[in-house]
Design a protein around this ligand. Structure first.
Ligand code: ZN
Length: 76
């Protein structure tokens, strides 16, 4: 159950059409599809953390948002 990584270098934002390096992991669960302890992970860049998080939160799916460890693009 690790964070999905594309082949190659840094993990990429999961937003449609976005190729920015991911900085956040959004962990979510759809109780209609998944058992309670299951976690799906979406990766998000700084620009898409809010929109992806809002999408999941509006549906009651969002469980946690964690900074993606090891991102070379995190500032400060
Ligand atoms: Zn993005």
């Amino acid at each position: 159950m690790s964070i999905p990584r594309p082949p190659g270098d840094a993990p990429i934002c999961s937003a449609r059409g976005c190729r920015a390096p991911a900085q956040w992991a959004l962990r979510w669960n759809n109780p209609r599809l998944h058992t309670a302890d299951r976690r799906k992970t979406w990766l998000a860049c700084a620009d898409h953390r809010a929109s992806l998080g809002d999408f999941l939160d509006a549906r009651g799916f969002l469980r946690e948002v964690a900074p993606l460890a090891g991102s070379p693009t995190l500032d400060g």
